[in-house]
Design a protein around this ligand. Structure first.
Ligand SMILES: [Cu+2]
Length: 145
């Protein structure tokens, strides 16, 4: 009698557990897409020339951006801090690795602080890296499709 009741209680708990796992699994892909490229809101008021990435005092506010082939990328310095952007990236140890991927436009832009520049156009599909020579680990990955 008692063990039967315990058994049905256990069954109920198992059903509830599976239910919440399924629920979590269903909601996860949705949140992943919104926090992915959905977070890269195009800049308002920059002339509508395409996609924009903002910079803080020592970082890009997003680490990856996807842009259409043939377009430029607008990079906006939100703060009064200089940045120097070039082709390349910091590796996992924070060591700068200057390099220009085949098909990448040459990027060499000095930001004085609180200014905006376009880089590109990116005429070749692929994955390209730019980094700030001043701030360690300030990397941006640009995917061109
Ligand atoms: Cu910088």
């Amino acid at each position: 009698m008692n063990s039967k009741r315990l058994g049905s209680l256990t069954l109920l708990l198992v059903i509830l557990a599976i239910g919440s796992i399924l629920f979590a699994a269903c909601t996860r892909p949705g949140t992943a897409t919104t926090s992915g490229n959905g977070g890269n809101t195009p800049a308002a008021g920059t002339g509508g020339s395409g996609t924009a990435v903002h910079m803080g005092s020592s970082n890009f506010l997003v680490s990856t951006i996807s842009i259409p082939k043939g377009s430029k990328l607008t990079i906006i310095d939100d703060v009064a801090v200089p940045h120097i952007l070039q082709n390349g990236m910091y590796d996992a140890n924070g060591t700068p690795k200057p390099s220009k991927e085949p098909g990448a436009p040459t990027v060499s832009v000095n930001y004085a602080g609180s200014d905006t520049h376009d880089i590109g156009p990116f005429t070749t599909a692929g994955t390209f890296h730019i980094y700030c020579t001043i701030h360690v680990n300030m990397n941006l990955t640009i995917t061109v499709k």
